[in-house]
Design a protein around this ligand. Sequence first.
Ligand code: SF4
Length: 203
Amino acid sequence: MQPLLLHACCAPCSIEPIRLLRAEGYEPTICWTNPNIQPVAEHERRLETMRDWAEACGCALIEGADDRELWERSAAPHGFDRPARCRACYALRLAETCRIAERTGFTYVSTTLVVSPYQLFDVCHDVYARLCDAHGLELVWRDFRPWYPQATVRSREEGMYRQNYCGCRFSALEATQSRQRARDERKAARAEGRPVNVEVFCG
Ligand code: SF4
């Protein structure tokens, strides 16, 4: 098995990538570095869930820097400009992952951000590929989004805490607004006898 450092945004999103990477011959070590998660109590809850899951699935866990002030300086100024904000947010977290990988001797890195259909897949790839080039690391980039529904089912079966927004305060508001729009749309569709087909952004 090839050792691989896997940046993990949360426990539910790590379930399927760990299984699939192991099936490919990689042995993931989880890397936690998520200063984007707000408020602090929510951050602690997700980290605690991650610690429990790492132990349950037999993965080592490295807890990296969670520099909230740096997140405020680099990502928060983009406000509701989601592509720019998420790019800065990915860059901060994945750069720390790359530094840890370099320091601790990993060659291969990946991220659980590639399982959620709500993440900006291409932006994330662009950021991570540049970082890996700069640090001399091999990026194991896979599209795990088809396994998102399975991750949802399995995380429920495991009784894991599951959040309903990506992490930052902007995403919490965006998710709330998206759910409200979805409720309004369902109501309107029912009233007009139309089929209901509504997507909710949840980060
Ligand atoms: S939506 Fe998620 S990825 Fe984007 S800035 Fe907020 S926490 Fe970071």
